[in-house]
Design a protein around this ligand. Structure first.
Ligand code: ATP
Length: 228
């Protein structure tokens, strides 16, 4: 599903974020990206939803070449990819319902369907009853649940998450991981960058370690590593 071939990314300031990365990720996999701060994890995630393009090499998702993709094709790509961030990025002046519904409204889904699907999705993530709340009236865990709902409401083939539990206490983090785990079981491919050692060790999924912009380790059912 995801193929990176000889991918390097050098930012305009000269920072070498990724160096000759080769990766294949299959449909339905759950992959943790681990590695020290500044190793290149976020950069790799950004390449997947074309927030950045590589300096060299190829990025393909479902056979689509993201490097040669035209600007006007990018919105279509983004519809098939859900994105979750550490800092939520919810619209502060919109309610929970509106934040999630927005993802459907922009692709022209009928009002009735938007209402039904949004309600079902908020129930799935355990937020029934919070539809009218604004983001600043929610806990961090609840806000991240809204983000999960927003990210998956289009049934994306791929979900990418950049430290989705970074701002959450351990128990709340596990709640989010349960959600992601269930979404993955329904067939969605998940790539998640994280520093959460306990989560990676417990889940026993594929672990790709990035160090100095290179793949330093790639293990099926791996652990976090970097144990001191
Ligand atoms: N927009 C940018 N412009 C210039 N340099 C950047 C930019 N984004 C990242 N970098 C640099 O690229 C390298 C990789 O950064 P990246 O954010 O991908 O690392 P990371 O592994 O996600 O780190 P962390 O775990 O701290 O989030 C770092 O040296 C960083 O300073």
């Amino acid at each position: 599903m995801i193929q990176l071939k000889n991918v390097s990314k050098i930012y305009p300031n000269g920072a070498r974020a990724l160096v000759d990365v080769n990766l294949n990720i299959g449909k339905g996999e759950f992959v943790f990206l681990v590695g020290p701060s500044g190793a290149g994890k976020s950069t790799l995630i950004k390449l997947l939803y074309r927030d950045e393009t590589p300096t060299r090499g190829q990025v393909q998702i479902n056979g689509k070449n993201l490097v040669r993709m035209r600007e006007r094709e990018v919105p279509y790509l983004r519809r098939s990819i859900g994105v979750i961030f550490q800092d939520f990025k919810l619209l502060p002046n919109k309610t929970v319902h509106e934040n999630v519904a927005f993802a459907l409204e922009v692709i022209g889904v009928s009002k009735r369907e938007v209402r039904n699907r949004t309600r079902n999705m908020l129930e799935l993530v355990g937020l029934a009853g919070k539809e009218k709340a604004f983001p600043n009236e929610l806990s961090g865990g609840e806000q991240q649940r809204v983000c999960v709902a927003r990210a998956i409401i289009n049934n994306p083939a791929l979900l990418v998450a950049d430290e989705p539990t970074g701002n959450l206490d351990p128990e709340t983090a596990w709640g989010i991981m349960d959600l992601l785990f269930n979404i993955n079981k329904r067939g969605t491919t998940i790539v998640m960058a994280t520093h959460a050692r306990a989560i990676v060790n417990k889940m026993q999924k594929r672990v790709i370690a990035i160090e100095n912009g290179r793949v330093a380790r790639d293990e099926e059912m791996g652990g976090y590593g970097y144990d001191v």
